[in-house]
Design a protein around this ligand. Structure first.
Ligand code: GUN
Ligand code: FE
Length: 459
């Protein structure tokens, strides 16, 4: 089915705020033109002409947003997981990313990624590509084709990088960025848009950052980068930028730290109170990437302090720092590391609840698309709106999960079924996936454990 007007019935769960999970055991979601009109206990008379898609008894949740991922690194996920950040970048990441100069390799690698993304629980992603314009365009085209929503960034790096993955000069990097923007903005993509991605301060010269700031203002582009991830990296930034008051300030001095344009900074593990306050005031999103922070010995990000400071926060896989691309897995990891932080580092920082982690992976990160979509999809096509909730006005991104294979000796509440489905995240249980009202993936009926009738009797 590819129409975007319908009523979908199931056991519906979604966040109504960071601490509140709404559950409707037998709910009716209305999708009109790809946008949610809300969740109702009975099919509203107003929409009686909409077809009913009946998933009674199945869990129905909003699609997930991966706020930080490196598309070219999917090819070596779950390898070299015994190193720290800077060593891992130099020995594995940069040599792998250099391969994307070869479009044939890029096509092979990105095909694997996009197929897996389509079948998993994430409906939206912010993706780093590589420095290569053709491969970044290829990735963006494949993402558009998939029906998923994404921002794709051609990476900028002109210093402290190996010759195989270093742009010749700031001028060359800026010229390539303009060429890529011209190509990207010339496409009539519905779900895909460009985002600026200077890799991080150590790999971008002063001249490059100044030039990117000019480009950002000229095109009104959102920005995606790394901040305060790992102690050795932070020490390096202090050496490189002795005149700044901190890592965040190193972006701020180029006016590349939020403010008027939607911005995501990955990690913020070592952001102090001053940096957190600055990020909160400037509306910058932190992409909290707990699995990567563990794998690369970066630390435990102060997620509780982010929330208490009123900062915008979502979850990221940071593949391949993180080995798992599923944001269900990131929810689990976020809870686990927050418990360790409370137990071992900072007893005053209360661990995250399941409700909070679920919020971060859905509406927390999904809200980024409200402002950022409007910024890039000007005029012409209607760009993506906010995702991650079924409240009226959110884009209709939804997952239907058949958890009937997770046997239990006594019945569980819908809320507990959800928690278990998240912790035991298994893509094979996702029997249908909608993005902006379009069904982009479903399991063939014979593979689902129970066979939901597609239409209710009498409708
Ligand atoms: N900092 C700069 N580049 C990277 C990267 O590719 N992954 C992670 N985790 N951190 C980075
Ligand atoms: Fe990263």
């Amino acid at each position: 089915m590819n129409t975007s007007n319908f009523v979908l019935r199931g056991s519906v769960c979604y966040s109504a705020g960071a601490e509140s999970l709404l559950v409707m055991d037998d709910g009716f979601l209305v999708c009109e033109d790809g946008v949610s009109k809300g969740c109702f206990p009975r099919p509203p008379a107003e929409y009686k002409n909409f077809p009913l898609v009946d998933y009674s008894g199945k869990l129905v949740v909003p699609g997930l947003t991966d706020l930080h991922m490196h598309a070219p690194q999917y090819s070596f996920r779950a390898l070299a997981m015994d190193m720290e950040l800077l060593e891992w970048l130099n020995t594995h990441t940069f040599p792998e990313e250099a391969k994307y100069e070869d479009l044939e390799y890029a096509e092979k690698a990105y095909s694997i990624l996009v197929k897996d993304l389509k079948e998993g629980p994430n409906t939206r992603a912010l993706l780093f590509a590589t420095i290569h314009v053709p491969a970044a365009m290829l990735l963006a085209g494949m993402m558009e084709e998939s029906g998923l929503v994404s921002f794709v960034g051609k990476v900028n790096m002109d210093r402290n990088s190996p010759a195989c993955l270093c742009e010749k000069s700031a001028g060359a990097s800026l010229a390539a960025t303009r060429e890529w923007l011209k190509l990207s903005l010339g496409k009539s993509w519905k779900n895909t848009a460009p985002i600026l991605t200077p890799r991080f301060i150590p790999s971008c010269s002063d001249e490059l950052m100044k030039g990117l700031s000019v480009i950002q203002k000229e095109f009104g582009l959102p920005l995606h980068s790394h901040l305060s991830e790992n102690r050795k990296e932070c020490a390096w930034v202090r050496e490189l930028c002795p005149e700044t008051s901190g890592y965040g300030n190193a972006y701020e001095r180029y006016d590349l730290a939020g403010g008027s344009v939607p911005t995501v900074m990955a990690h913020c593990v070592w952001s102090d109170d001053g940096e957190i306050k600055m990020l909160a005031e400037r509306g910058v999103y932190a992409a909290h990437c707990p699995q990567s922070n563990t794998n690369l010995s970066s630390g435990i990000a102060p997620a509780r302090r982010f929330l208490d400071a009123g900062m915008r926060v979502g979850l990221g896989s940071d593949v391949a720092g993180g080995a798992h691309v599923s944001i269900f897995r990131a929810m689990t990891d976020a809870i686990q590391v927050s418990k360790l932080r409370q137990a071992l580092v900072s007893p005053d920082e209360k661990a995250l609840t399941f409700e909070e982690a679920f919020y971060l992976g859905t509406a927390g990160g999904g809200s980024f698309f409200a402002a950022a979509g409007a910024a890039v999809h000007k005029g012409g096509q209607k760009g993506p709106g906010p995702a991650g909730s079924f409240e009226s006005g959110f884009d209709f991104d939804a997952l239907v999960i058949d958890d009937s294979g997770l046997a239990s000796p006594s019945p569980l509440s819908v809320r507990d079924r959800l928690e278990r489905a998240v912790y035991l995240s298994d893509n094979r249980n996702i029997i249908a996936k909608y993005v902006r009202g379009n069904l982009i993936h479903s399991l063939p009926r014979e593979q689902t454990r129970t066979k939901p009738p597609q239409k209710a009797p009498g409708r």
